[in-house]
Write a protein that binds this ligand. Structure first.
Ligand SMILES: Nc1ccn([C@@H]2O[C@H](COP(=O)(O)OP(=O)(O)OP(=O)(O)O)[C@@H](O)[C@H]2O)c(=O)n1
Ligand SMILES: C[C@](O)(CO)[C@H](O)COP(=O)(O)O
Length: 225
């Protein structure tokens, strides 16, 4: 564990889960007996019980989340922050709750299978190099869409980005203050846009982002082993 600097985790769970087509936001759907988001929070607590946990939630779901915590007797301490209209806005709101210096991990609330070793490696890289961003190699072939149709590209040139994405607090805050939200799908892109280099850390194929209905079947399976 990279312990010299205070560690924060902003767990973004402010989305509505439209691709899941479920009647509750997907982060609240139970997997292996409790809401997905509780598994995710526990992964960070298990990595470092003193980490400062900031959980970003849809602003109209704060009461629901409090009730779920009571119902499931979920006692891991965390700060609750209302989310924004986009992931970018939610991260920004989470960052406003971070006071002082340290290392900040941003993690999707719907990636409940992130392993301790992955979190540890990402924090360590951020402590040493300014960033530690988790990624895996694609397993499928890749084609780029072109005006004419599509063309094959060398798979070895690409990585699939996961979370956590960990940064020194100063870098991440500066990047989110200076950037326009429309262009970015992850935190590494925001940080890169202010001229910082990104250090990649090997991720895991189990660290899925629960996005569409079939991912729930996978999630139940992963939760068993
Ligand atoms: N306004 C938003 C949008 C997304 N997220 C979070 O960012 C993570 C990754 O986003 P995604 O999987 O796209 O979640 P949703 O936006 O909820 O899903 P969808 O795009 O299908 O609506 C999720 O944990 C989601 O809750 C967020 O905090 N605030
Ligand atoms: C941050 C992320 O999970 C990295 O793969 C991804 O970019 C989130 O994308 P989404 O469109 O918000 O699902």
């Amino acid at each position: 564990m990279a312990q010299q600097l205070p560690e924060y985790a902003i767990i973004v769970a402010g989305g509505s889960g439209s691709r899941m087509q479920h009647d509750v936001p997907k982060q609240f759907i139970p997997v292996a007996g409790k809401p997905i988001l509780m598994h995710t929070i526990e992964r960070f607590y298990n990595y470092n019980p003193t980490i400062r946990l900031i959980v970003v939630l849809p602003k109209e779901q704060l009461t629901t989340w409090r009730e779920l915590c009571k119902e499931y007797n979920f006692t891991v301490f965390h700060m609750m922050v209302p989310g924004g209209a986009t992931r970018f806005g939610s991260v920004k709101n989470g960052l406003d709750a971070v006071m002082g210096d340290g290392l900040i991990a941003v993690h999707d609330g719907v990636r409940p299978f992130v392993e301790t070793e992955t979190i540890e490696a990402a924090f360590e890289a951020a402590a040493n190099f300014g960033s530690g961003v988790v990624a895996v190699s694609p397993k499928d072939s890749i084609r780029e869409m072109t005006p004419e149709g599509s063309k094959a590209v060398p798979r070895a040139n690409y990585k699939l980005m996961q979370t956590p994405q960990v940064f020194k607090a100063g870098i991440l805050k500066k990047a989110y203050e200076q950037s326009e939200q429309d262009y970015f799908t992850d935190d590494a892109s925001v940080v890169e846009s202010i001229g910082e280099t990104i250090t990649l850390v090997e991720g895991s194929y189990r660290n899925i982002k629960i996005t569409t209905p079939e991912d729930l079947i996978l999630a139940e399976a992963f939760a068993k082993v």
